[in-house]
Design a protein. Sequence first.
Length: 218
Amino acid sequence: MTDFQKRAEADASGFVLLSDYVPGIVQEIRYFSTYNFVGDRIDGYEAPCAMLTREAARAMKTIANQANVMGYRLKIFDAYRPASAVKHFVLWGIEDLDQRMKPFFYPGLEKQELFQRGYIASKSSHSRGSTVDLTLLDMRTGKELDMGSPFDYFSDLSHPDCRAVTEEQFRNRMLLQDLMTKNGFQPIDCEWWHFTLENEPYPDTYFSFPVSPDVLRR
């Protein structure tokens, strides 16, 4: 890697806190907590905040406004993910024998299959800064819409087009997908919660700075 590439990957100047663009957004940054498929806080998550490129945050503001009119709020599980976090996932998959979170997140799969089936990538679109994992909250109840499977549940049941879920659960998935795709985000075929800005500003850069408001104040 050249010095220029290293400087580019450490440059957070094109990123913002999503909460600055969407003040009412709900954040449950799972990789800052221990409730995730690894079972530990993930490397690179120094604060429980969602960070995105400015372009993605602007699009998310529009989506949040549209969702609010419909009676929903956005809940974010993950946004920008530093390269060190992705490395943590990869090493966990290769070297770590710990499977204490298997019953909750991948009960029907072995760890190696998580990579083979595309649930975990060795280079993640999240590290480019314009990918977000999210769901919808009902503003009347304050509860998440029932999507038929929880976030990061690695199974065919989490595929957006899976018809093993109920009609209501499928409609909820399609509601989220419709909001996202109409505003420039693209889904993937194995996770109902995952979307990437189609015209992302850094399609070839995988950033390495940590998830922390401090990197935006330098």
